[in-house]
Ligand binder design. Structure first.
Ligand code: SF4
Length: 207
């Protein structure tokens, strides 16, 4: 059934891949095929996908096989996430998806250089590893997870460095949402360049 015009036997370590709804940030509510690469060197203490930190040989998938999975469900939008997806060369995967007219977003902590012509760069900086300058230049969306009241100041430091058109989001850490969300609501009322991002996929009980 494929209309895939290119072919690649290059492999990437993939922890999981699934068709779902993007639950957070700018593309919230949009059908999206998630490709979660294996491997992360950032080490956030509150990480909810710690099983993505390492990769094993049995997780290797060819780019052809990944793209075929996306085409099989006729997804129009792909989100490459992790783990930390910029640990890998993604140019062939993104080019193959583009050749099939599929829009591609990445969610990254911005700690390594990205070698692929991505359509939407969601930059989610983490305190556990300093981002590189490229992340601020490429960011179309800055999504800062608020885990502590001091994180508002930290979020502003990043917002000062991204481009003028970058969309700015504050997202409560899921486990502390009850305590932090009222603070974030007040903060956004007083600092209206920011919007709130919630992990709506968790409310919908989908991956
Ligand atoms: Fe987990 Fe993402 Fe942090 Fe890596 S960057 S430790 S995958 S939250």
């Amino acid at each position: 059934m494929s209309n895939n015009r290119s072919s690649s036997s290059k492999q990437l370590p993939i922890m999981e891949h699934f068709f779902t709804i993007q639950g957070e940030g700018f593309h919230t509510g949009r059908a999206a095929y998630f490709i979660r690469t294996a491997g992360c060197d950032v080490g956030c203490v509150w990480c909810d996908v710690k099983e993505s930190w390492t990769s094993t040989p049995d997780q290797l998938m060819t780019i052809d096989a990944i793209v075929q999975e996306v085409l099989a469900v006729d997804a129009k939008f792909v989100v490459i996430t992790g783990g930390e997806p910029t640990m890998h060369s993604l140019v062939e995967l993104v080019n193959c998806l583009h050749e099939n007219h599929i829009e591609v977003a990445i969610e990254t902590a911005g700690v390594h250089s990205l070698d692929a012509p991505i359509d939407w760069y969601c930059f989610s900086p983490k305190k556990f590893m300093k981002p590189i300058e490229e992340a601020y230049e490429k960011a179309k969306e800055l999504k800062v997870v608020i885990n502590h009241i001091s994180d508002f100041t930290w979020a502003e430091e990043h917002a000062e460095k991204v481009g003028e058109t970058c969309q700015l989001y504050l997202q409560p850490e899921w486990e502390k949402q009850d305590k932090l969300l009222p603070l974030i609501i007040d903060y956004v009322k007083g600092n209206q360049k920011w919007k709130i991002s919630l992990q709506t996929h968790k409310f919908m009980n989908i991956p």
